[in-house]
Write a new protein. Structure first.
Length: 330
């Protein structure tokens, strides 16, 4: 087990290296010149060259890539002369627009995104798994058809539409909830809960619909396995068969999907955070895209990639406890 985890960690490091390489390659070849964006339309070519040199984007691609990778471990000095800025390791660079430390910018926005991701995950796991299990056990009934119809609607509805409708109904018309705001859960817990309730529902709706369909299919497939027939032949009760033998292996695909989905959300829920005005990582990514702030986008991409790699390792470990068939294969 230990060697397996070590191999997975090494593979994850390689994955992050490739993610960084291809992301930087895209920025190097396809994005507009950040120096021209910063300087403006009336800027002279000499001034643009000076800004390009200060930002370090006048170097060849491999030089820029090696500088970025090495700065993660030893830091780097950005700029020259009196305007030079030292960035301590792990250095993700400085924003082209605000000249702030990218790591600090992400760290300041991460709590909002973490709160959004955790709250939505709790809702969609409870609703999705419960609905999927019940539908799987009552396959072909009116309940099953109704749940799957609702799930299909949840998948089809775009997030931004649900967000706008909820704001109009719950905030503008009924006035049950205030407009979302960034408040501390320790200073104003009620307002904090009210501010995150709609974003949680918006994110959870689509994921709960996906998870309910996945859980239903997995339950139906597991109930047709030979070991379930053996449990029935032994005279075990339906409750024991479902709780001890069918449910755990049925959750294996759900765990896989959850790890990836949750990790992706930690990289920012761009649409939801933007619509509700929450200053999380997703809103930071949206602003960086609008202003061509490449260091910020690189940092957020690395954060999302790191979260996905860690999530996949955790999922592989959890697999061994959920499904005995995986343990035997390993």
């Amino acid at each position: 087990m230990t060697l397996y985890i070590i191999r997975r960690i090494i593979g994850g490091v390689g994955t992050l290296f490739l993610v960084t390489l291809f992301t930087m390659l895209i920025f190097f070849t396809l994005t507009p010149d950040p120096a021209a964006s910063i300087c403006g339309q009336t800027c002279s070519p000499e001034r643009i060259d000076a800004i390009r040199s200060m930002l370090g984007v006048d170097q060849p691609f491999l030089t820029q890539f090696w500088t970025y990778i090495s700065s993660l471990f030893v830091g780097r000095t950005i700029g020259e002369g009196a305007g030079a800025i030292h960035c301590a390791a792990p250095c993700l660079g400085y924003s082209f627009q605000t000249r702030q430390d990218v790591l600090g910018m992400i760290a300041s926005r991460l709590p909002v995104t973490q709160t959004l991701a955790v709250g939505a995950a709790v809702l969609w796991l409870v609703a999705g798994i419960a609905g999927g299990v019940i539908s799987g056990l009552k396959a072909g009934t009116v309940w099953d058809k109704g749940m799957m119809t609702f799930a299909l609607i949840g998948i089809a509805l775009p997030n931004y539409l649900v967000a706008l409708v909820l704001q109009y109904v719950l905030v503008v018309k009924l006035r049950w909830l205030p407009f979302p705001s960034n408040v501390s859960p320790f200073e104003q817990p009620v307002l904090w809960l009210q501010s995150y309730l709609m974003p949680w529902i918006v994110l959870a709706l689509m994921f709960a619909a996906l998870y309910s369909r996945l859980t239903r299919s997995s339950i139906i497939e597991t109930l047709d396995e030979n070991f379930i027939r053996t449990a029935r032949a032994k005279g075990l009760s339906r409750k024991v068969i479902i709780g001890r033998h069918a449910l755990r292996p049925s959750l294996s695909p759900v765990v896989t999907l959850f790890g990836i989905d949750f990790a992706t959300l930690l990289g920012g829920a761009i649409i939801t955070e933007t619509v509700f005005g929450l200053n999380g990582v997703g809103k930071l990514a949206y602003d960086a895209i609008a202003t061509n702030d490449q260091p910020v986008l690189m940092g957020i991409t690395l954060l999302a990639g790191f979260a996905v790699v860690i999530a996949n390792i955790v999922v592989d470990i959890v697999y061994h406890f959920l499904d005995p068939r995986v343990r035997r294969a390993a």
